[in-house]
Design a protein around this ligand. Structure first.
Ligand SMILES: [Zn+2]
Ligand SMILES: [Zn+2]
Length: 144
């Protein structure tokens, strides 16, 4: 067996369905203010994929978009308001929120934008001040 893994996900009401295929490039938690305000939660559990890994299989017409900044196109279902994913064109990645793909075994490797945290988490994972250098950040780490 050498099958490429595929995971199914959906919005809150289930009218938008999608699959992600392969393995996420990175999984972790984002503590930035934008993610907090957008998600109405203290942190966002992200899974970053190549954009080609994501395929909308149902309800594409119900997906709405908002750009606060050029590098984050945030997507949600216009019927239920449930958040689905964010496109990050400058990083050439798509963040499919871990909560919308429950089939995926979420294995966080890093915390990003920890300088902005309102919910410190002592889990022993690296705490990036902003982003890793490969993703255009400072690459600095902070204490937990
Ligand atoms: Zn929905
Ligand atoms: Zn964020």
């Amino acid at each position: 067996m050498n099958q490429t893994p595929q995971y199914s996900g959906s919005c809150f009401c289930g009218s938008v369905k999608f699959t992600v295929t392969g393995t996420p490039k990175l999984m972790g938690y984002c503590h930035c203010e934008s993610c907090r305000k957008w998600s109405a939660g203290p942190i966002n559990a992200f899974t970053l994929w190549d954009p080609e890994a994501l395929s909308i299989t149902q309800g594409e017409d119900n997906i709405s978009s908002f750009n606060k900044t050029a590098n984050s196109t945030r997507k949600w279902c216009s019927l239920c308001g449930g958040h689905i994913f964010s496109e990050h064109p400058e990083m050439k990645m798509v963040d499919v929120y871990a909560a919308s793909i429950p089939e995926l075994n979420f294995e966080p490797a890093v915390h990003v934008f920890y300088a902005e945290t309102v919910l410190p988490i002592k889990d022993g994972l690296p705490k990036m001040k902003d982003l890793p250098a490969e993703a255009g950040g400072s690459g600095e780490t902070l204490a937990e």
